[in-house]
Write a protein that binds this ligand. Structure first.
Ligand code: DX5
Ligand code: ZN
Length: 217
């Protein structure tokens, strides 16, 4: 069985108590921490940037999974690696030059991830798959936490898992948006390695127990 990872999304944390919430995740069974960077151009929302990433990084030793929802990511990927990103994920739709962006992340020493929006088919990634460590499938339109899971997303995971396995590649699959303990089992079984969960974790009465529930779904 594939190893299961949960990546709680700090977008749903309480920013008045960011240190407390980060330390809670640090104690938890989650291996990764998901950081959503939004520029108000690629998506209709603005979240946070380098100083907040640095504050989170200094409060935890977990693997920093940084999801860039910004146009022209090639301008910033190196700075995100320097600010503590262990994995830098950019959007296929956000750049004219995905290969150049992959190369910049690679040279910065971080792991490389590429993400596609719900309406983008997995086939666009065909020639890029051998170059990346991870594909992030968006299961909501990027921009906001708390949205409902888009149903066809599980089929995209299955199709992508087949593409990866048929070619004998070592590429992880992560899914982001509307994930909870109720769909976690199906998503891991469809071929996901990592599940991002924002509101499911942070709105739970006991976030640490919720992370365990997702891992054991
Ligand atoms: C949305 C972000 C997600 C978001 C997920 O654009 O990429 O990471 O935080 O939130 P939930 O889990 O609440 O759907
Ligand atoms: Zn995200």
């Amino acid at each position: 069985m594939r190893k299961r990872i949960v990546s709680p999304s700090m977008l749903s944390a309480d920013f008045g108590h960011l240190d407390r919430d980060t330390r809670m995740i640090d104690r938890s069974a989650a291996e990764w921490v998901h950081i959503d960077v939004m520029d108000g151009v690629f998506v209709p929302n603005i979240s946070f940037g380098f100083p907040v990433l640095k504050a989170i990084t200094s409060a935890t030793d977990k693997f920093m999974d940084v999801h860039l929802m910004i146009v022209e990511p090639e301008k910033y990927v190196e700075r995100f690696a320097q600010a503590g990103a262990d994995l830098v994920v950019f959007h296929w739709e956000a750049t004219e030059d995905p290969k150049g962006c992959i190369e910049l992340i690679r040279r910065s020493g971080a792991k490389v991830g590429i993400s596609i929006k719900p309406k983008t088919p997995v086939e666009v990634l065909d020639d890029l798959l051998p170059l990346v460590d991870l594909v992030l499938i968006m299961s909501v339109e990027p921009g906001f936490g708390g949205q409902s899971f888009i149903e066809g997303s599980t089929d995209k995971v299955r199709a992508l898992r087949r593409m990866i396995d048929e070619r004998g590649l070592d590429v992880m699959i992560e899914i982001d948006g509307g994930v909870s303990r109720h769909n976690a089992a199906e998503l891991y079984e469809a071929g996901c390695d990592a599940l991002v969960a924002g509101s499911a974790v942070f709105k739970a009465a006991d976030p640490e127990a919720e992370i365990v529930a997702i891992l054991n779904a």
